[in-house]
Ligand binder design. Structure first.
Ligand SMILES: N[C@@H](CCC(=O)N[C@@H](CS)C(=O)NCC(=O)O)C(=O)O
Length: 207
């Protein structure tokens, strides 16, 4: 298996943390994509992922899988992990919170970063709509507020167990740092959760 990605970018980090959770970092070959040089927008890369983003997983039979959530689901099954829940209810809740962490936090920050800041630089950010980006900044803060409430009632995002939904929300923290979005310190349960997940070996070992 190959993973096309770039180190330390928020979505690639999701897959790398999942691989560390699954003790499988050395089971894949990483292929570096120079996002800052636009390598993810070349025809060759668009053939692998029409959305032109990293990470992308390539299976040994040549199948390409993009979308971090789909890649993590695949890896979790192949390496018999515990990242997506076991019962039907746990699986549905993990999927629901995972999507919420994406569209309420991670993707909102992405839209702010690409539309309302210098983002990846003038060569790549050629279609900016600043008002849209600013709106998404506000949406991301609402998202963090929502997850503060979720985490005041449970240890982890989707309930009592650590799941892929925690990894996605954590990527939101990483992206917030990149985009210089300040998450209010008053979100005590959110910050306690951050310390809780950062104490996991996988959060130290993924690099
Ligand atoms: N929904 C995708 C998002 C992938 C994505 O946007 N990745 C970023 C890196 S964190 C990227 O490739 N950005 C390049 C660009 O926006 O031009 C996923 O879940 O993997």
């Amino acid at each position: 298996m190959k993973i096309y990605d770039i180190e330390n970018f928020p979505n690639p980090v999701r897959v790398r943390i999942a691989l560390a959770e699954l003790n499988a970092i050395d089971k894949v070959e990483f292929v570096a994509i120079n996002v800052l040089a636009g390598e993810h927008r070349t025809d060759a890369f668009i053939e692998k992922n029409p959305a032109g983003g990293v990470p992308v997983l390539e299976l040994d039979d040549g199948t390409f899988i993009s979308e971090s959530s789909a890649i993590i689901e695949y890896l979790n099954t192949v390496f018999a992990g515990n990242l997506t829940g076991h019962t039907a209810q746990q699986q549905a809740l993990t999927s629901m919170f995972q999507r919420r962490a994406e569209f309420m936090v991670l993707d909102a920050i992405g839209a702010y970063f690409h539309h309302a800041t210098s983002g990846l630089g003038p060569e790549l950010e050629t279609n900016q709509i600043k008002a849209w980006g600013d709106l998404q900044h506000a949406k991301a803060l609402e998202g963090f507020h929502y997850f503060e409430q979720v985490l005041s009632k449970s240890q982890y995002v989707a309930g009592a167990a650590f799941t892929a939904a925690d990894i996605t929300l954590y990527a939101g923290f990483i992206f917030a740092g990149f985009a210089e979005i300040e998450i209010p310190k008053s979100y005590k349960d959110l910050y306690k959760w951050k310390i809780r997940v950062e104490s996991r070996t996988s959060f130290k070992d993924y690099k």
